[in-house]
Design a protein around this ligand. Sequence first.
Ligand code: AMP
Length: 490
Amino acid sequence: MSFSTLGLSDKVLAAVEASGYTTPTPIQEQAIPHVLARRDVLGIAQTGTGKTAAFVLPMMTMLENGRARARMPRTLILEPTRELAAQVEESFTRYSIKQKLNVALIIGGVSFDEQDAKLTRGVDVLIATPGRLLDHFERGRLLMSGVELLVIDEADRMLDMGFIPDIERICKLVPFTRQTLFFTATMPPEIQRITEQFLHNPVRVEVSKPASTVDNITQRLVKTGREPHDKRDTLRSLIRAAEGLTNGIIFCNRKREVALLHKSLARHGFSAVALHGDMDQSARTAALDAFRKNEVTLLVASDVAARGLDIPAVSHVFNFDVPHHADDYVHRIGRTGRAGRLGTAITIVAPSEQKGITAIESLIGKSIEWMGEPPRSSSSSDEPTESSDARPARSGARPPRSRGGRSRNGRGSESRPEGRAPEARPEVHAEQRPESRQPAAQPAAPVARLDDVRQRRDRPAPAAPAPAAADDFDGSHLPAFLLRPVRIKA
Ligand code: AMP
């Protein structure tokens, strides 16, 4: 199958050829003819499948006729994060060598006035995050009645971030007769409901995950202690000992942790940048650019900021925290081992996080090998957990998150892609131990080198887990009142 059979215009075909793509990916092959036939499309596909070009290329073909009017965009693409929106804008830039299109990016964290000026000139393609789009609309600077085609991308991520009420509102603001292209990686019930409400007789196009997310990724677990500095010690040792580390992404569960860890790594002389939702847009863009251009080795990131980013050739992923949701683990490790390359994903596990590992292993259908000694109670599901969010792998829907992001009813903090001021939080500086800036000669934590692990791989698995040693017990599951001193009456 070649691009020329899909019905794309000559100008678009020339641009595709110039970009070096010769064969459409399955989602492109299946979706493009339907988009050009003006059908609504429900695309079940995730990043890495070529889904962006699956809507960008036919849109460009369709936009060759007609002109944009002031404040009335002809097409609208909704993205959950600023980075994804910027990535889609880059796609338009790449393919529009033969065609002059007015593309506007309406995202938080950048000048409102500049965006307004662009809207006034008239835009063919408006790429937006929901909050900032509604801000412009509420100020009366934008009319959505001219939208002929609406793209809702990464819909399940929108759900996670609490954007669904905004999406519903926007869907009601654009004309009923518009064409809608809806992309999601999964179909939880709430997404199903939205598709039933807003898509008209859609063609369903489903592609499987990009080839073997896990087969070409060496996955390992490393136990660490329960103190905050234990994780940082372990991480530094892992980075220093990692074989073939060219660049790596370190995922944390919380934005505050991203900032703290980044500072700590920088203090220890590592080349690192941070990416999280509380950073302003120029800092986010600069961090990502530096990482993409290999000017820095490590990117410390939160899930929302890093989700869906197309960063080729990442050699290592480190999970500084076990993710609260098992499916985030799959997304995180999928940042490495892209396009058939080899990758390594190492997860640091504190005693209180072992329950999360059980959930991940049940989702991916296999157990992950420990580097060094496994914790005694690694397979015990009774292990106390700090995180009430560490729920088992979902079978379909994921309830809305309580942390980060917008709640379903309100605007949360990770949605500050929309440019709202971060809430004030007490800064807890956990890095207390003075340490040398020079990399230590020996790993500080009980970490094995990867080749040690490989040698150990063939040994028989440890026998049934022993009862938790006193060492593994951190008391975090005890209610506070049980820990208070007791006065016994005589
Ligand atoms: P996406 O899923 O849209 O994020 O795309 C993932 C990557 O695949 C991007 O780097 C695209 O540039 C690339 N890509 C898109 N379409 C093709 C194609 N037909 N052939 C090869 N690579 C592609």
